[in-house]
Design a protein around this ligand. Structure first.
Ligand SMILES: [Zn+2]
Length: 399
């Protein structure tokens, strides 16, 4: 932990740094060779990195039972700080049985040593309760719940250190850590920064929301999630190319920073909206855009549940200011992009496509209507999707 640059304090006051470097890292690598090896799930591997770089401050490791219970039942950490998503290290019961509390373990992604951890505790996961409380459903059709049910039945809690970052990362040049992002904001003289979380291309509606928010702050941090997502989301490399294209042609370069958010998507809707906001506070953002059905999937959450949940928290202890946006679209009568909050006209005048319609049009090689998506973006998406379809399914997804 060191002096933190930026106008907003990290969650809990200090930016966590659990990345070992230099001689400390060398010594740890040497010792870790003798440790029992524990395999990380792909989500735990990304969580390890997020913890170590401070994106999940104040967490310094995977959750202990007390933290896990408190977060599930009360949406706060034991000390009273808001926190809504369990960050856990799941293992099979047999793996847990072989480990003792107090033991040091090597955290592996396949054959790649990523980190080390002192096992403070091992305890059984309470999957049904976690599903019900965090995801608001026990149905396996929910992708977050399905992943939860698939993973090991035991959890290891304890502090971690990162020794090696993940292998073969995409977009290394956009992978700015929270401390770097804070310095970049400071060097641009930005004091008030709005973060936009996304796992989708930027259609005109998103551009409208981002630019409306930008009117009241100094800078926009466009922070697409590039960790694990579900198979039918648009692939991250295609999305990144579309972001770079639209930023170049339609956004002021000195007011926008693009970085990637290496977290895995949970699809936990309202709870994940809070989690996403807290992580962006750690990156130094003062404002966070929450759209309709933020981090949602299917019909599991109400359209505005991710807005309402902010009312359940003390705004001072949350720290970052949410900016809520409504259903946004192009209206022919208004002659521009507007929202349900600002347009008095009816559906017949609106141009809006569902995610499924967008995907189907792109797969057929059709340009999206330019009131909906800028042609430059349509072209990138269309080419990306069509090339992608020629890749065998097995090479596309990690899990
Ligand atoms: Zn209108």
């Amino acid at each position: 932990m060191g002096r933190v640059v930026g106008s907003i304090a990290p969650h809990g006051g200090q930016l966590v740094n659990r990345v070992l470097r230099g001689e400390l890292r060398e010594a740890a690598l040497e010792r870790a060779r003798a440790f029992p090896r524990v395999q990380l799930t792909s989500m735990a591997a990304s969580d390890l990195e997020m913890i170590a770089v401070g994106a999940f401050s104040p967490l310094t490791g995977f959750m202990t039972r007390e933290q896990y219970d408190s977060v599930i039942d009360d949406m706060h950490l034991p000390g009273g700080l808001p926190w809504t998503i369990p960050v856990t290290l799941p293992v099979a019961a047999e793996t847990a049985a072989d480990l003792e509390e107090g033991q040091e373990i090597a955290l592996m992604a396949g054959e790649h040593l990523m980190g080390m951890m002192t096992v403070a505790e091992k305890f059984p996961a309470d999957k049904q309760r976690e599903a019900r409380e965090v995801y608001r459903t026990e149905e396996e059709a929910h992708p977050g719940v399905a992943r939860l049910y698939r993973q090991g039945d035991w959890l290891l809690g304890g502090e971690v250190f990162l020794l090696n970052g993940p292998q073969n990362v995409e977009f290394p040049e956009l992978r700015h850590e929270p401390a770097q992002v804070r310095r970049m904001f400071a060097s641009r003289g930005w004091r008030r920064i709005v973060a936009f979380q996304t796992r989708n291309p930027i259609h005109r509606a998103h551009e409208y929301i981002q630019k409306t928010a930008l009117e009241i702050v100094d800078g926009l941090f466009l922070h697409p999630l590039v960790g694990e997502t579900k198979a039918d989301d648009i692939p991250a490399d295609v999305r990144i190319e579309s972001y770079q294209t639209i930023l170049r042609d339609y956004y002021p370069a000195d007011r926008v920073l693009l970085g990637v958010f290496p977290a895995a998507m949970r699809y936990a809707g309202p709870r994940e909206a809070i989690f996403h906001a807290i992580a962006r506070k750690n990156y130094g953002c003062t404002h966070f855009i929450v759209g309709r059905d933020h981090a949602g999937v299917g019909n599991y959450y109400g359209t505005y549940d991710a807005h309402y949940i902010f009312d359940e928290f003390d705004s001072a202890s949350l720290g970052i200011t949410p900016l809520f946006f409504d259903y946004t679209f192009y209206c022919k009568k208004c002659g521009g992009v507007v929202s349900a909050k600002t347009c008095p006209h009816s559906k017949e005048d609106w141009i809006y496509l569902s995610g499924t319609q967008v995907r189907e049009m792109l797969e057929r090689g059709e340009m999206l209507p330019q009131e909906f998506t800028r042609p430059e973006v349509s072209r990138v998406l269309m080419n990306g999707i069509r090339q992608r379809k020629q890749v065998p399914q097995s090479e596309e997804q990690g899990e």
